[in-house]
Design a protein around this ligand. Structure first.
Ligand SMILES: Cc1cc2nc3c(=O)[nH]c(=O)nc-3n(C[C@H](O)[C@H](O)[C@H](O)COP(=O)(O)OP(=O)(O)OC[C@H]3O[C@@H](n4cnc5c(N)ncnc54)[C@H](O)[C@@H]3O)c2cc1C
Length: 596
């Protein structure tokens, strides 16, 4: 059975050629990210992902995390693998050296994260959540909190969680009820949180829970939510661990996938109140969470890219070894299924979308570096606006694509994909959660049309469309057939996108329901066209490299062929999605509930 091999060459191409590592490495604080250093980070991470985490993926799926009397045990092999991860410093790659991190750009971190996710999606969640907790403390913690908690979270010696969800409060956090009552220098937290990823486990000696709760007399709704830091074990001033806090793990969920990621129900304050410390100001917890969520949503988008890549690798290996059917031109010989046109179509539909979603995600990670570090305020603001616009797309489109890609991977295996032995089914099961947590696709789409287009008055999307137009112009001088087709398809994509944007901005003023009915098709449309933008850039670069006679012509020819396939199969869908955005809601809201 195949395992995982991090696609370092493709990652390097996306980082250097598309996300422009050279410019990112000129940003203040990113100077160390030279091409040589980035290459060696990618190569070392690949060795670790392929050699240490990937072999545990299947065993983790079969054994799963287990709950016993409030304690959660991780599957065999996960403890030494996590220790090695921490000792090698992988958890702190993008964080400030002041707290023990390595200060590398988010762009490089995104690629490395893709490797952890591809190697072992369930395992990688421990790091994703810990990094989220680090971001929250960096953003809202006071100096003492930063000194006390950050170094061990950055290293990964302690892990972090995000506690938003309650039984009655999922997408709608306005409904949350967990309470926080002031008590001297801290608060007493009481309430129940559900679905908390790595809410309890035995990989690390402490877990730092970040918890959303309401203080007494807080305003109703989202304006009355504050953010608290609640350690599993209290931490003394000298950094040593104190008493166990009043937080207990009631159970963990039995799930469709990611079996090695414990999803916990946590009871806070059953014995009088868990001790929690306010992070930032009272009633401004959700604001902090939202800033952090941007990063977490990008990270979940990366999960989509990663699991799709892994499903592709498995399907490709199968297609090369499974003998079935005969060549069309020579009926005598039984061939590997990779020789059949329809199997090639399926493989290309996987490969081209993996490359498109990866490129867009890396470009957005680079935008976040620019938004944070560029010397010029206008450049920072522009990059932030573009990243804000595209993050719901990376989250929603990459993950929705991943489910389809993993499903096609299963199809390529035939019946052997539907049974568990080949591993293809696990990728589909694992991928399925990515469109749900960190905000469902529907919630991403509402954010996209509501906050990022209507409230922004279309400014960011106009900038994006102008950038895509530039890529079309870049294809102008080139007469090669494939590039001419890509150009035509991308032009069509821009027209379809512009029509939908104009419609959203006009109709959004008086008929928001119709716009919201079209929000998810619009998110898909924007994903497909933005992905097409990156594929067109990749094809242009590949064409130029081939013309310059550079090494590895097969790699560059494949880039052009893949971009062409993407244009014909996915950019070609843009007009239909635009139409559905504008007309798909007709009559939907007029139906009575009894008519469904
Ligand atoms: C494995 C797993 C791990 C998780 N990890 C964490 C974690 O670590 N921390 C944490 O806090 N939570 C976590 N969650 C919870 C997760 O974030 C929520 O499940 C998710 O936000 C959706 O909320 P919900 O399940 O209550 O669904 P609901 O909010 O009930 O949504 C149900 C459906 O209705 C749609 N919907 C809801 N509201 C609207 C609206 N206003 N407009 C249009 N459509 C709408 C949704 O898109 C969805 O399709 C996890 C969940 C799972 C399953």
């Amino acid at each position: 059975m195949t395992t995982y091999s991090a696609p370092v060459r493709d990652m390097q191409f996306a980082i250097k050629e598309l996300a422009d590592l050279e410019s990112i490495a000129k940003l203040p604080g990113c100077e160390e990210a030279t091409p040589d250093l980035v290459n060696s980070v990618l190569e070392e991470a690949a060795k670790f992902a392929d050699g240490v985490w990937a072999p545990l993926d299947r065993a983790g799926d079969v054994e799963g995390a287990t709950w016993n009397d409030g304690r959660v045990a991780m599957p065999e092999g996960f403890h030494p693998a996590y220790r090695q991860f921490v000792e090698a410093g992988w958890n702190g790659l993008r964080f400030d050296p002041e707290y023990g991190g390595q200060g590398l750009p988010k762009l490089v971190d995104a690629a490395v994260m893709e490797m952890w996710n591809g190697a072992n999606l369930a395992f990688s969640l421990v790091s994703l959540l810990t990094q989220g907790a680090v971001e929250a403390i960096l953003l809202r913690g006071n100096e003492a909190q930063k000194r006390k908690f950050l170094p061990r979270l950055v290293s990964g010696e302690w892990t972090g969680t995000m506690n938003l969800t309650e039984p009655q409060a999922g997408s709608d956090l306005a409904l949350l009820r967990t309470s926080a009552v002031p008590n001297g220098d801290h608060y007493r937290i009481r309430g129940q949180k559900i679905f908390i990823t790595f809410g309890e486990h035995d990989l690390a000696e402490n877990i730092i829970h970040l918890v959303l709760a309401r203080t007494p007399n807080a305003p109703e709704g989202v304006k009355g939510i504050s953010l608290f830091l609640v350690p599993k074990f209290l931490v003394n001033d000298d950094g040593s661990l104190g008493e166990c806090n009043d937080v207990s793990c009631v159970s963990i969920e039995h799930k469709l996938g990611i079996h090695a990621s414990p999803t916990a129900t946590l009871a806070f304050g059953d014995k009088g109140g868990a001790i929690g410390y306010l992070l930032g100001e009272e009633n401004r917890g959700l604001e902090a969470m939202f800033i952090m969520m941007n990063e977490a949503r990008l990270a979940v988008g990366m999960q989509g890219v990663a699991i799709a890549e892994r499903a592709y690798q498995r399907a490709l290996a199968w297609a090369k070894q499974r003998l079935q059917g005969r060549k069309i031109s020579n009926g005598a010989q039984t061939v590997a299924i990779v020789r059949h046109p329809d199997v090639r179509r399926m493989l290309m539909s996987m490969k081209s979308r993996v490359e498109a979603t990866r490129s867009l995600a890396y470009v957005v990670a680079g935008m976040l570096d620019t938004a944070r570090r560029h010397g010029d305020a206008d450049a920072r603001a522009r990059a932030q606006a573009m990243a804000d616009l595209l993050i719901p797309v990376v989250k929603g489109w990459s993950t929705e694509s991943a489910i389809d890609i993993a499903s096609i991977g299963l199809q390529i295996h035939g019946g052997m994909g539907y049974v568990e032995e080949t591993g293809a089914a696990q990728h589909l099961r694992d991928a399925r959660i990515t469109t749900i947590y960190e905000g469902t696709t529907g919630i991403q789409a509402i954010d996209l049309v509501g906050r990022k287009i209507l409230r922004d008055d279309g400014r960011a999307i106009r900038m994006l469309i102008a950038d895509i137009e530039q890529a079309v112009d870049g294809l102008d001088a080139l007469a090669q057939d494939d590039l001419a087709v890509i150009k035509r398809r991308l032009r069509g994509g821009i027209d379809a996108l512009s029509a939908a944007v104009d419609w959203i901005r006009t109709v959004g003023r008086e008929d928001l329901n119709s716009v919201l009915c079209g929000a998810t098709p619009f998110l898909q449309l924007l994903g497909i066209v933005s992905g097409g933008w990156q594929m067109a850039r990749a094809a242009t670069i590949a064409h130029n490299r081939l013309a310059a006679g550079e090494n590895d012509p097969a790699f560059y020819r494949a880039k052009i062929a893949t971009a062409r396939f993407y244009a014909d199969h996915f950019l070609a869908q843009a007009a239909g999605l635009s139409d559905t955005t504008m007309h798909g809601g007709a009559g939907v809201m007029a139906l009575g509930e009894e008519q469904f």
